[in-house]
Design a protein around this ligand. Structure first.
Ligand code: HQG
Length: 179
């Protein structure tokens, strides 16, 4: 079983297009695994997929993108579905980071970090992660430093994605510094 391909299919279903799989995400993005498996089994390449495969997929992935709990599964971040997934706000680390292509920096320093196509802005807990995120779009991404503690004090909400990723609704430019 190609676990990376399975992970991509799951991210597509659980972040972007659940209706194509006749799935409905609940408020926190969960779906029943049994329903997901019914949908996957309709496709010849996923005919034999089981819950154990989903568990192995999560374990084998370098990034923790999905989570299984009590017979349900969800994507932890990345959503673009129209109904915003609700996340519990949490106290962020003092500093967060964001890796972005050089061409985006001017606009970010003017308008702040915006979620663009997704529901939330994605921030990285460390510079390595920010670099990885930025390299998806630019060989030499710019790493922005976010003064998360100050933003939180001023009332900006942050949400936990996974140990490397934090989310926010919008980060005004005054909390962002070019590294
Ligand atoms: C940029 C992947 C101009 C922002 C990654 C980014 C991450 C602006 C792009 C996760 C802007 C949005 C999310 C502004 C933001 N002007 N550009 N005002 N505000 N941008 O893909 O953070 O592998 O939606 O800098 O690793 O790159 O799929 O967000 O370049 O964790 O699990 O607009 O997705 O995870 O791009 O990536 P994205 P992102 P997975």
């Amino acid at each position: 079983m190609d676990l990376m391909k399975l992970s991509k299919e799951l991210s597509y279903a659980l972040r972007h297009s659940p209706w194509e799989y006749e799935l409905e995400l609940d408020e926190e993005g969960w779906v029943e695994i049994s329903q997901l498996l019914v949908a996957l089994h309709e496709s010849p390449q996923w005919k034999g997929v089981t819950q154990v495969d989903l568990e192995q997929m999560i374990q084998a992935s370098e990034k923790k993108r999905h989570e299984i709990r009590s017979g349900r599964i969800r994507a932890l971040y990345g959503h673009s579905t129209p109904h915003k997934i609700s996340k519990l706000s949490a106290e962020p680390p003092e500093t967060l980071y964001h890796g972005t292509p050089a061409r985006a920096v001017h606009s970010i320093m003017e308008h702040g970090l915006q979620p663009r196509q997704r529901q939330y802005v994605h921030l990285s807990a460390d510079i390595d992660t920010a670099n990885q995120v930025g390299r998806r779009r630019d060989d030499q991404p710019v790493i922005l430093r976010i003064n998360a503690a100050q933003a939180a004090t001023d009332g900006i909400l942050f949400y936990y994605g996974n140990e490397n990723i934090w989310l926010a609704d919008h980060i005004p430019a005054r909390y962002i510094v070019e590294q």
